[in-house]
Design a protein around this ligand. Structure first.
Ligand code: BG6
Length: 512
């Protein structure tokens, strides 16, 4: 989606369940603000927020104004806000109650008449997962999910989509009782990130990349999603989830899918999703024995961050049991059984309270087959490495060998570096703009199909089973502010490799 060429979204109402929640305030309304600023919302558009709070339209608008201003930062402009604000409405509702859903029907009929929204409804479920099934069932009961020839009804479902394969299958089954698969938009906010979408553009719109993108030339791939934050106020959720469930079957596999997929026939949603599903099918689930050697878990203890801030242990966080066995770090080595990637390991790691807030994909190429330079050992030469910086400091860098100037032959590593900001500026975005806009247009390419979600859980199922059967006895096993447990280093060391060192912010930079 590009605002230079894109047309405004079609007439519709976006109905947000959970309109008073954090997601709405921090992401959804700011994303609508950016769309509105870019001229991508039509006049025939309305938001109807639903929540338990007792508010009228005016009070709801006031509640959002300060929040949105804070979250859009320097992109704030009063004119855009006035326009969007006039399109915001509110209705008090009990999400479990059929009466509320009937009142919703009436409210929507009124909005259609007043706003010209033509009976097109986008339901956004920004609510705890336990409510997904009940809300869609009630929407169905009151007739709000039935599409006529000239209107559409779509439902966006937030993560987490189940907590294992069985619960994801149950949820899919429940949703399919009311909705067609084409009406369900399962969101993974990693798919809304420009740098993630760019993986496909980078691979498939540059002729020089694809010939190198395979087991002949690539030694291995590292995917790192590092967070310097702890669990903050989400202890209760995180205790049940842990790092593996929270990040790997969804966000890290999104990255892996885009990196490893075959070129789809088109950028059509079915074509793209099919190729991603083929990648997930090719990943070899770990056997219970392999879990012991190919999967690493960790939990942070107290420690010191690079900013010199002293932080408490995970077990001392609010909502966390003092003897918690929940992992805050997970690393996996995965392999794929297909022609392109056989024998190329993909190492994945993610964790909380690591030294940097940083996501990257590092692709290490194979070394030159021999060295013809006198006195130089092949072992001493650094392999070429391509790094896709997903966030922050978005960009792509290629590290390769070059002659160090001087009379003797010395070889050093240099970097070619592309930074998004240098070319495209820092366009303000929450990551939800494209996803919301695409859903309004009925484009599901960047949303997950039922199969994709289930395959994600299948891949991690054996790890969850073994970890549950053998609770960790050495937690906490890494200090806050370090790169995770020693076993994560061993995961690569045992294969004669090592994680690419990632720069940690200096105290001065953090303090800025
Ligand atoms: C969420 C997880 O899905 O993704 C969080 O529940 C995590 O625990 C977040 O912090 C990371 O997202 P991002 O965009 O900050 O990398």
């Amino acid at each position: 989606m590009s605002s230079e060429t894109a047309a405004p979204a079609p007439p519709c109402v976006m109905i947000i369940f959970g309109a008073g929640g954090d997601l709405t305030k921090r992401k959804l309304i700011p994303a609508l603000f950016h769309l509105c600023h870019g001229g991508l919302l039509p006049d025939t558009f309305a938001v109807l927020g639903l929540d338990r709070l007792d508010l009228d339209d005016g009070a709801y608008r006031d509640l959002l104004a300060a929040e949105v201003r804070q979250h859009v930062g320097s992109a704030w402009d009063a004119q855009t806000w006035d326009r969007l604000c006039g399109q915001l409405h509110y209705m008090k509702a009990d999400f479990t109650d059929v009466e509320s859903h009937m009142a919703l029907c009436e409210h929507l009929t009124r909005l259609d008449a007043d706003r010209g929204t033509e009976g097109n409804y986008l339901f956004y479920l920004a609510v705890p997962p336990s409510l997904f099934g009940g809300i869609t069932r009630l929407l169905g009961e009151v007739g709000l999910t039935a599409e006529a020839a000239d209107d559409w009804r779509r439902v966006i479902i937030e993560k987490p989509f189940g907590h294992d394969l069985e619960s994801a299958q149950d949820l899919n089954r429940m949703l399919h009782e009311t909705l067609d698969e084409e009406q369900i938009y399962r969101i993974d906010h990693y798919l809304g990130k420009e740098t993630v979408q760019n993986i496909m553009v980078f691979r498939f719109s540059n002729g020089f990349i694809e010939p190198l993108w395979n087991r002949q030339h690539i030694d291995h791939v590292q995917i790192t999603v590092a967070e310097s934050v702890g669990v903050e106020h989400r202890g209760a959720y995180y205790e049940e989830a842990g790092a593996l469930r929270d990040m790997i079957p969804n966000h890290l596999l999104v990255l892996l899918g885009f990196l490893a997929m075959e070129p789809p026939n088109s950028f059509d949603s079915c074509a793209v999703r099919d190729e991603i599903n083929k990648v997930l099918d090719a990943i070899q689930p770990l056997t219970p024995e392999q879990v012991l050697t190919h999967a690493v878990r960790g939990q942070y203890g107290e420690g010191s961050m690079p900013s010199r801030e002293q932080v408490q242990a995970y077990r001392s966080s609010p909502g966390v049991a003092p003897n918690s066995r929940t992992e805050t770090f997970a690393a996996l080595k995965l392999t794929m059984d297909n022609w392109r990637w056989a024998g190329v390991p993909f190492y994945l790691r993610t964790g909380k309270r690591l030294p940097a807030q940083y996501t990257e994909v590092a692709i290490q190429f194979k070394k030159a087959p021999t060295t013809m330079f006198k006195g130089m050992d092949l072992e001493d030469m650094n392999p070429d490495m391509m790094v896709l910086r997903i966030q922050p400091d978005e960009g792509i860098q290629l590290g390769f060998s070059a002659k160090v100037p001087g009379p003797t032959m010395r070889i050093g590593t240099v970097n070619m570096d592309f930074c998004y900001a240098d070319y495209f500026g820092n366009a303000p975005a929450t990551g939800y703009e494209t996803l919301i806009y695409d859903c309004m247009h009925g484009d599901a390419t960047l949303f997950k199909h039922a199969d994709t979600v289930e395959k994600g859980w299948e891949i991690v199922e054996s790890v969850m089973d073994v970890w549950q059967a053998l609770p960790a006895r050495n937690f906490p096993n890494y200090a806050a502010g370090t790169w995770g447990p020693e076993a994560a280093e061993d995961l690569l060391r045992n294969d004669g490799r090592r994680w690419r060192p990632i720069a940690t912010p200096s105290p001065t930079r953090c303090g800025q």
